[in-house]
Design a protein around this ligand. Structure first.
Ligand code: GRF
Length: 217
């Protein structure tokens, strides 16, 4: 089908967000298709899932490269081979150089398990619990050289409940991740969200805007 944006998904692990994107792409009228899944980790569980879904996979093991730049060069070439219009980082655990992020400016999205700019980096759920916040969640943003600091596209909220452990909270946030990532990707693929002058410009109606803050949707 022409007109749909080709998306390469980058993963390092289990790939549940990747699965959510694959499922969303199957819906009628979805403006993107998942054409490749690429992992830096040969043992990533998501690779098997992608293959079972009939999606092309590639492994680029970062440990085989002397430098970050050398790894990224092969990654970039692979994206060209798959003719990726957009790149979705779904639990891709590699820090990217400024040069690489520039080449994909406005075309690469990442999902992060916190309401950014709170809790950049790792162990977000443990840190949220330690701080005693009542509202937690996840964010999809454009990737820039600023780690977890790129312009925000969509956020989804999840409450912190008494008795939560990092695992129960992570599971609650993950369900929201699976909802907002396909939505954000669809907004970018359809041109209704874009990166302009370092900010996200987004055309969303009131219902879509409500989605951003309502964990039950
Ligand atoms: C997700 O929580 C995502 O936000 C974070 O890494 C986790 C990946 O999970 N960046 P999965 O591989 O998509 O299941």
């Amino acid at each position: 089908m022409s007109g749909r944006k080709k998306v390469a998904v980058l993963i390092s692990g289990r790939g549940s967000n990747m699965e959510a994107l694959i499922k969303a792409a199957r819906a009628a009228g979805c403006p993107f298709e998942i054409t490749a899944v690429i992992s830096n980790n040969p043992g990533a569980g998501g690779l098997k899932t992608a293959r079972e879904e009939g999606i092309a996979t590639a492994v680029i093991d970062h440990r085989e490269f002397e430098t970050r730049e050398a790894f990224e060069e092969v990654l970039y070439e692979t994206l060209l081979v798959f003719a990726a219009d957009l790149v979705a980082c779904a639990g891709f655990m590699r820090i990217m150089t400024e040069g690489f992020t520039r080449r994909l400016e406005g075309r690469m999205l990442n999902i992060h398990p916190s309401l950014l700019p709170a809790y950049k980096g790792l162990h977000t759920h443990e840190r949220a619990l330690r701080d005693g916040v009542r509202l937690h969640g996840c964010t999809v943003h454009f990737v820039t050289a600023d780690l977890d600091g790129g312009p925000i596209i969509i956020q989804g909220a999840a409450p912190v409940l008494s008795g939560d452990t990092a695992d129960t909270l992570a599971a609650r946030v993950l369900r929201v991740e699976h909802k907002i990532f396909p939505r954000a990707l669809a907004l970018v693929a359809s041109g209704r969200a874009r990166l302009e002058n370092g900010r996200t410009v987004i055309e969303a109606d009131a219902d879509e805007a409500a989605f951003i803050t309502s964990p039950s949707l």
